[in-house]
Design a protein around this ligand. Structure first.
Ligand code: A3P
Length: 299
């Protein structure tokens, strides 16, 4: 991920995604019907992409159908990153031809969402994850990149130090979460806020919230038919990690091409305990408490 560059709005990321975000801001022609997933990297992007795609397309692609798109292409290609789509093409890709509702994803902070998106009133779905688990997931992912480049792995404590100083892809972590949280509090009908940990506890509850938020509530018939549970099963970590699209597929990101399998590691809450020292954990908790104090967000 390194080196990271600082955007004039205070957040940082590596060069290509930064360019992608600027181009997306300049070129994205939003529609009110668009739905944009926003996350920090390693906070559950793959999961929420899968859940949103499976929910929105459940009539055309029933979750339990053998030919569901996830069996062949995977969630990252079903819901592409805005900054990637618009950056990689010299001409503006024909996003106009995509059917409504168009689904996109982004990692940029709320204040740097394409201005057209904000103006259109389109819906935004945010997922936040415990910073310690987010950090540990990022650390593993970053070391995969480093290994590919022939670089030595980074220690968890090294990345934690940098993370705490506010330097992480699309971070500082706390600014990112607060930006979307405040937007959710101000306009709950426009910005939906999920927590990874709550989704892990009972994903079905959150699939219903998601469907309602995008105006596609489950009918009584669908509820009786177990459609929600089928979506939860289809998108579960245990199911997705075994799919051919995960085992053999690749995804083009602005930072390079990555194996789909690299988006699946453990998918657990609290894995940080296996990697961070108690002192580092306390330091992150203290920053979180101080930064989130009074916001209504508790860590
Ligand atoms: P871990 O590294 O803690 O296992 P992202 O999709 O934003 O890149 O985040 C990746 C993290 O989400 C990884 O966390 C990954 O294992 C987890 N993840 C991926 N798919 C998931 C799913 N279907 N359910 C729960 N967690 C998932």
């Amino acid at each position: 991920f390194l080196p990271l560059y600082r955007h004039n709005k205070g957040w940082c990321c590596s060069l290509m995604p930064m360019v992608g975000a600027v181009v997306a801001d300049a070129r994205f022609a939003a529609r009110p019907s668009d739905i944009i997933i926003a996350t920090l990297p390693k906070s559950g992007t793959t999961w929420i992409k899968a859940l949103l795609y499976a929910t929105v397309n459940r009539r055309e692609h029933p979750a339990d159908a053998a030919d569901h798109p996830f069996n062949s292409i995977g969630p990252h290609d079903c819901v592409k990153f805005l900054e990637y789509q618009l950056y990689t093409n010299n001409s503006v890709p024909d996003l106009d031809r995509l059917p409504d509702p168009r689904l996109f994803a982004t990692h940029v902070p709320f204040t740097s969402l394409p201005s057209a998106a904000a103006a259109s009133g389109c819906k935004v779905v945010y997922v936040c994850r415990d910073p310690k688990d987010n950090l540990v997931s990022l650390w593993h992912f970053a070391n995969k990149f480093r290994a590919r480049e022939g670089q030595e792995p980074m220690s968890a404590e090294t990345i934690a130090e940098v993370f705490c100083r506010g330097v992480s892809p699309f971070g500082p972590y706390w600014d990112h979460v607060l930006g979307y949280w405040d937007a959710h509090v101000a306009r709950p009908e426009q910005v939906l806020f999920f927590r990874y940990e709550e989704m892990k506890l009972d994903a079905a509850v959150h699939v219903r919230r998601l469907a309602e938020f995008v105006g596609l509530q489950f009918s009584a018939e669908e509820e009786e038919g177990g459609v929600v549970e089928a979506i939860v099963r289809l998108c579960s970590f245990d199911h997705m990690i075994g799919l051919e699209a995960t085992k053999g597929g690749k995804t083009e990101l602005v930072v390079g091409t990555v194996a789909n399998s690299s988006f699946f590691r453990r998918g657990q809450v609290g894995d940080w305990e296996n990697h961070l020292s108690p002192e580092t954990a306390r330091r992150i908790d203290a920053i979180t408490e101080a930064r989130f104090k009074g916001s209504g967000l508790c860590s």
